[in-house]
Design a protein around this ligand. Structure first.
Ligand code: FES
Ligand SMILES: [Fe+2]
Length: 375
């Protein structure tokens, strides 16, 4: 190939090089990040409950022992591959029993009993993920592709058990895009005007990163019937899966946003909201609910952008753009493998285009066909 024909793949903002993945091919240059990720709400998991989950591109089993402690393990029994999440049981207070032949395992994944043998199989091990439960509300698990133990712990924000705040309001989404693409939104002020139709966009005061922490401070003017109210949106991220957003101005709202990779191409997001109580309980719930609805509406407005956008490794930026590349550099630390540098443009999969026939058979042709087939 001569140089004239070769796409200039090194220039900034070049979109000639478009890689459309085949089914099961990667859609992004990066894989699944490591970190703490919400895998359930506490109320989904009663003591003794055993439920299937699918995150991090893996079949998993989430269960709570009779002492109330939640556990997350790989789903498949090392004996003959039974899935613990479909019919498995908690036995002897804190052992997980396989539904297939009754083998038992402790939460670390060691085989503790084979019901028809006097011995255990020490080689039969199930992968276990470190789990924490936050404020009796969020169950989070540590995922690392090489099974490394936690490289940081989550700092629990004081609002989670502050009586000046309401109880939790939860919202759950599933998005066909990588968690990183959603997280990039947190520094993206300019998109508000176009995607969310807001007249005023948040202005970033500062964006600082330090190890697994990223802190964004911004001011936002909220237009209200009684004039413009100065507000703030401050975000503290602890790794890729756990972000605390504090909205102030009209009402103080506290949000733990938890993005959990389903696989490299899809993620689930859980919003855990609390509103600071106003003098009047009814007003608190009205304003709080309106706020949750607005944030959730904005999320749905973002969805078609996320699901259909290409990931550009070298975006063409304006000098006044927010710190997108600083964000990406911070986020990149959570990938155990370096990003694939072969392509600049990572496109979504081919859409399933609905085929509309432009020719409708005339009535008599349909009738004669009907006549022949019904005979
Ligand atoms: S497959 Fe689990 S006990 Fe046999
Ligand atoms: Fe948005």
């Amino acid at each position: 190939m001569t140089d004239l024909l070769r796409p200039a793949s090194t220039s900034s903002g070049n979109v000639l090089d478009q890689v459309v993945p085949q089914p099961n091919e990667p859609r992004y240059p990066f894989g699944i990040p490591y970190g703490w990720f919400q895998v359930a709400w506490s109320y989904e998991l009663e003591p003794g409950a055993v439920i299937p989950r699918y995150y991090f591109g893996r079949h998993l089993v989430l269960w709570r022992d009779q002492d109330g402690v939640p556990h997350l393990n790989d789903a498949f029994c090392p004996h003959l591959g039974g899935h613990f999440g479909y019919g498995g049981k908690v036995v002897n207070r804190c052992q997980l029993q396989c539904p297939f032949h009754g083998w038992e395992f402790d939460s670390d994944g060691n085989n503790t009993r084979i019901p028809y043998s006097d011995r255990v199989n020490n080689k039969a091990r199930v992968r276990a993920y470190p789990v924490r439960e936050i404020a009796d509300h969020l169950i989070v698990a540590w995922y690392h592709p090489y099974d490394e133990p936690p490289l940081f712990e989550l700092e629990i924000p004081p609002e989670v058990d502050d009586d000046n705040y309401t109880d939790w309001t939860d919202v759950h989404f599933s998005v066909a895009a990588a968690a990183q693409e959603l997280a990039e939104n947190s520094v993206d002020g300019p998109h508000f005007r176009y995607v969310h139709n807001t007249e005023v966009v948040p202005e970033i005061e500062s964006y600082e990163t330090e190890g697994h922490i990223a802190r964004m401070r911004s001011v936002q003017k909220f237009p209200t019937p009684r004039g413009v109210v100065d507000g703030r949106i401050d975000v503290d991220n602890q790794g890729p899966g756990f972000g605390v957003t504090r909205f102030s101005g009209i009402v103080d709202t506290f949000l733990i946003g938890a993005a959990t990779p389903v696989d490299a191409n899809r993620c689930e997001v859980r919003f855990n909201f609390k509103t600071k109580k106003l003098a009047d309980a009814k007003a608190t719930s009205t304003v709080g609910e309106a706020f949750v609805r607005e944030v959730s509406k904005q999320f749905e407005e973002d969805r078609p952008i996320w699901e259909n956008k290409a990931h550009l490794r070298r975006p063409a930026l304006a000098d006044t753009d927010p710190p997108f590349m600083k964000f990406r550099k911070w986020y990149a630390q959570f990938y155990a493998e370096p990003a694939n540098g072969e392509h600049d443009v990572w496109a979504p999969p081919r859409p399933d285009v609905e085929f509309q026939p432009s020719f409708t058979p005339p009535d008599d042709l349909t009738a004669s066909r009907k006549y022949r087939t019904s005979d």
